[in-house]
Design a protein around this ligand. Structure first.
Ligand SMILES: *[C@@H]1O[C@H](CO)[C@@H](O)[C@H](O)[C@H]1NC(C)=O
Ligand SMILES: *[C@@H]1O[C@H](CO)[C@@H](O)[C@H](O)[C@H]1NC(C)=O
Ligand SMILES: *[C@@H]1O[C@H](CO)[C@@H](O)[C@H](O)[C@H]1NC(C)=O
Ligand SMILES: *[C@@H]1O[C@H](CO)[C@@H](O)[C@H](O)[C@H]1NC(C)=O
Ligand SMILES: *[C@@H]1O[C@H](CO)[C@@H](O)[C@H](O)[C@H]1NC(C)=O
Ligand SMILES: *[C@@H]1O[C@H](CO)[C@@H](O)[C@H](O)[C@H]1NC(C)=O
Ligand SMILES: *[C@@H]1O[C@H](CO)[C@@H](O)[C@H](O)[C@H]1NC(C)=O
Ligand SMILES: *[C@@H]1O[C@H](CO)[C@@H](O)[C@H](O)[C@H]1NC(C)=O
Length: 329
């Protein structure tokens, strides 16, 4: 049985609860801005938790920094929200991560107000109907380490200024309608850039030769109209794992290209690649390879995983032969 003292004590604590000072974390300035954003989006159901009488640090979609209690994370995902990105977003100066993902009814262009978010490290605007050119002013967001503008309706050419983002580790502009060539200035990208996706656009011209000095982990340029050579991206001392250049108009001799041990996936299908398959491919332990629809010739080297791959990895070449294709004549 409980002692009466303990009983009285717990009763006292219970009664005092409503009178304890309740620390509100939310900064009033942030709350004002968020309520403005909610209004600009026409008070959508998705933002129903944004009740002006409650602490904005506990609202859906946003997060507050543990120390400053300022809004540092805004992550709007799969919301039935329509209209443009409100200018008010630029008035959340502590934002480090901003995401608009899978919002089909988000339209218009990226507002210049976004450049006020100088602390932004991650910016994702993907699977939306945002269109227009990719704004050159994004280069002002110097703290960005990750920029993802994939799966939108962007058109026009790639802004040269984005090469000024010297902290980017990952960069996605894939699945848009970008035209023109890779800008001259992009020859000098952040040397620590690891993930580059420009696939599914209408890009033409050649890949900058100086990218041979970079150390990509994953590069995807498939489904564009790129020409020329890309073999300089490989070499024994690289760390590249995934390379997809399929469905372009690349033209180079594959015979003497050296591939690093790190390579796990190489897709070169539908290009104009000549020469033969290098012997070194037999040294790679886990490899997805597709060199179909090119102009390759000669015997498929025997060894490694090369004979285990499906014949469709090799078919439609000028005169490749040997397992898994029919025997050489
Ligand atoms: C997009 O907007 C249209 C028109 O208001 C609406 O019918 C549709 O449900 C919305 N779709 C989504 C996924 O929000
Ligand atoms: C999206 O919101 C609009 C307007 O609020 C509504 O008419 C529509 O049914 C909603 N669509 C979905 C998929 O929830
Ligand atoms: C863009 O909007 C159209 C309708 O206007 C819709 O069919 C399409 O799914 C949307 N695309 C994206 C990526 O949201
Ligand atoms: C990057 O962020 C730091 C703080 O995280 C800030 O001091 C600096 O001004 C920012 N850089 C730019 C270019 O605004
Ligand atoms: C996507 O962009 C094209 C022009 O490139 C335009 O014709 C089309 O209307 C855009 N779609 C939407 C939903 O904005
Ligand atoms: C990689 O190899 C090339 C020549 O094959 C050489 O020029 C370059 O300095 C090497 N880089 C490193 C980091 O070892
Ligand atoms: C690439 O990076 C790895 C470490 O991540 C390093 O060992 C290698 O030397 C680098 N290669 C080049 C060509 O910079
Ligand atoms: C290789 O690519 C061709 C062309 O896209 C495709 O038909 C084939 O199925 C692919 N093979 C494999 C094993 O992925």
């Amino acid at each position: 049985m409980k002692t009466p003292l303990l009983y009285i004590l717990s009763l006292l604590i219970f009664l005092s609860q409503p009178f304890l000072p309740h620390a509100v974390r939310c900064h009033p300035e942030d709350k004002k801005v968020l309520l403005k954003i909610k209004e600009d989006f026409n008070n959508p159901y998705h933002l129903a938790s944004w009740n002006p009488d409650t602490d904005c640090c506990y609202w859906y979609v946003v997060e507050c920094d543990r120390k400053t209690n300022r809004i540092n994370n805004f992550h709007l995902f799969a919301a039935n929200v329509s209209g443009q990105i409100p200018d008010a977003i630029g008035e959340l100066p502590y934002l480090e991560s901003l995401t608009f993902h899978k919002i089909t009814n988000l339209t218009g262009t990226i507002p210049p107000a976004i450049t006020r978010l100088t602390n932004l490290k991650m910016l994702t605007i993907s699977w939306t109907n945002i269109s227009g050119p990719i704004p050159s002013f994004l280069s002002q967001l110097k703290n960005l380490t990750f920029l993802d503008l994939s799966f939108n309706n962007f058109s026009g050419s790639i802004p040269p200024s984005l090469a000024e983002l010297r902290n980017l580790g990952g960069f996605r502009l894939d699945r848009n309608k970008l035209t023109g060539s890779i800008p001259e200035s992009w020859g000098d990208l952040n040397p620590n850039l690891q993930y580059l996706y420009l696939s599914h656009n209408l890009l033409s011209g050649t890949v900058p030769r100086s990218w041979g000095d970079l150390n990509f982990t994953s590069i995807e340029l498939q489904r564009n109209r790129l020409e020329g050579d890309i073999s300089f991206l490989f070499g024994k001392n690289k760390t590249i794992q995934i390379a997809d250049f399929s469905r372009n108009m690349l033209q180079f001799d594959l015979s003497n290209v050296e591939f690093p041990d790190s390579l796990t996936s190489l897709d070169l299908n539908h290009n104009r690649i000549t020469g033969s398959l290098p012997e070194g491919l037999t040294k790679l332990n886990s490899l997805y390879l597709n060199v179909s629809y090119n102009r390759l010739c000669g015997r498929i080297p025997v060894g490694g995983r090369l004979q285990e791959l499906d014949y469709t990895s090799y078919f439609h070449n000028r005169c490749l032969c040997g397992a898994p294709l029919p025997d050489c004549k």
